[in-house]
Design a protein around this ligand. Structure first.
Ligand code: FEO
Length: 387
């Protein structure tokens, strides 16, 4: 279990759902999912966010243990997405004197989800406002589109803690201690990848703060080497590659396109670039494939044609890249088709809708099975790719 202790006054009351297989009904989970919620005990007692439906009973137990019979003075809502906001209606009824803190967008969305009357106890905050709860001072910064328009983060000035909402979160249960990067990258690119500009705006605000601890709404509390995490977010949100290397993404019906993709990998390595990873989209997790496309500086797409178009795994992959504003990359293309190859045209057409993508010409065309001349073409493609 990750160390989720914070301080005497600030307590994590989150929980993991170890059995959860899918997040947001689209991202597969290998090791479940975690949801974080926090309490600050001071002259006033503050609850930061509620929790997902799936782990409500654990959260309620922890909340009651911490509060005893006390009523919280404030609930701060960082984000209205149901994986954090599910219990707002329930606790707003349970604690009728608890003030509810959010921004104007928060309350607009809240009224969509909940039929509760909190007009008399709404506290609407704006950029930079401070809530003084005794020894601790909570300052609010708006973080629109990281990941919804109402998102805001809270900076606790005394202990220098950033409650970062979805930012710096990851997939996975807290009971599993894996390396942060793989599932944080898949989470970031999947959930927030489209909104790089807005993440940059949040990072600029964060750069003015002295942050000792980051408490996200998912994943471990980050206490050391914070620059590592912040730099990763800076790289991802500015659409820069993390690594010089080639990611080969293949969608093959009978294995002949995959054979060409494997040959491409061998040729790239033989040319001196050892950092090459091949992904078979027919077997891979699509969100990991998309995250890895952002990770590497160069991309090779190899796909079968299908119904005068593109084989669906590649079509889906490219759609997800485009949706997340994939840009600033060099891409090589290999198509396969037995009578009227169409994959190259389709891949190019989608890539041309993205910004700052350099497509290496010509597209290599395989007719059913790779031939000697295809290998010569691939050698040329490798030269161009590694220039
Ligand atoms: Fe973890 Fe955007 O909710």
């Amino acid at each position: 279990m990750n160390d989720m202790s914070i301080s005497k006054d600030i307590i994590w009351i989150g929980a993991s759902d170890n059995n959860q297989k899918i997040f947001e009904s689209q991202y597969s989970l290998k090791n479940g999912m975690s949801y974080n919620s926090y309490i600050i005990k001071d002259d006033k007692t503050v609850l930061l966010d509620t929790i997902d439906e799936s782990v409500t009973s654990i959260w309620e137990y922890k909340l009651n243990e911490e509060l005893k019979d006390k009523e919280p003075d404030y609930l701060i809502i960082s984000h209205m997405e149901p994986d954090h906001a599910y219990n707002i209606g329930k606790i707003a009824k349970k604690y009728p004197n608890m003030k509810v803190v959010g921004n104007q967008f928060t309350f607009n969305i809240l009224s969509n989800f909940f039929d509760i009357d909190i007009a008399e106890r709404k506290v609407i905050v704006k950029e930079g406002d401070v809530l003084d709860i005794g020894k601790h001072k909570l300052q609010f910064f708006m973080a629109p589109m990281v990941h919804w328009p109402e998102v805001m983060v809270t900076y606790e000035q005394t202990e220098k803690i950033l409650f970062s909402a979805d930012a710096f979160g990851k997939f996975g249960s807290l009971d599993v201690e894996d390396d942060w990067i793989t599932e944080a990258r898949r989470y970031y690119i999947g959930i927030v990848g489209k909104y790089g500009m807005q993440v940059q705006a949040l990072l600029n605000k964060a750069s003015t703060l002295d942050i000792k601890t980051i408490c996200p709404l998912h994943g471990p509390i980050l206490k050391e080497n914070l620059n590592y995490y912040i730099e990763k977010y800076d790289t991802w949100s500015s659409y820069k590659p993390e690594e010089d290397g080639v990611y080969i993404v293949c969608s093959s019906i009978y294995g002949n396109t995959l054979e060409a993709a494997n040959k491409m990998m061998t040729l790239i390595k033989a040319s001196g670039q050892e950092n090459v990873v091949l992904c078979d989209l027919t077997k891979a997790d699509w969100a990991e494939a998309v995250a890895n496309a952002f990770r590497f500086s160069k991309l090779v797409l190899a796909s079968s044609s299908y119904n005068a178009g593109l084989f669906p795994p590649m079509e889906h992959f490219l759609g997800r890249l485009k949706e997340r504003n994939y840009k600033n990359r060099v891409v090589g293309l290999i198509e396969n088709g037995s009578w009227a190859p169409s994959a190259g045209r389709c891949m190019k057409s989608t890539l041309e809708e993205m910004k700052d993508i350099t497509i290496i010409e010509p597209v290599i065309t395989i007719k059913s099975k790779m031939k000697e001349d295809n290998i010569l073409q691939m050698e040329e493609l490798v030269k161009e790719l590694l220039k």
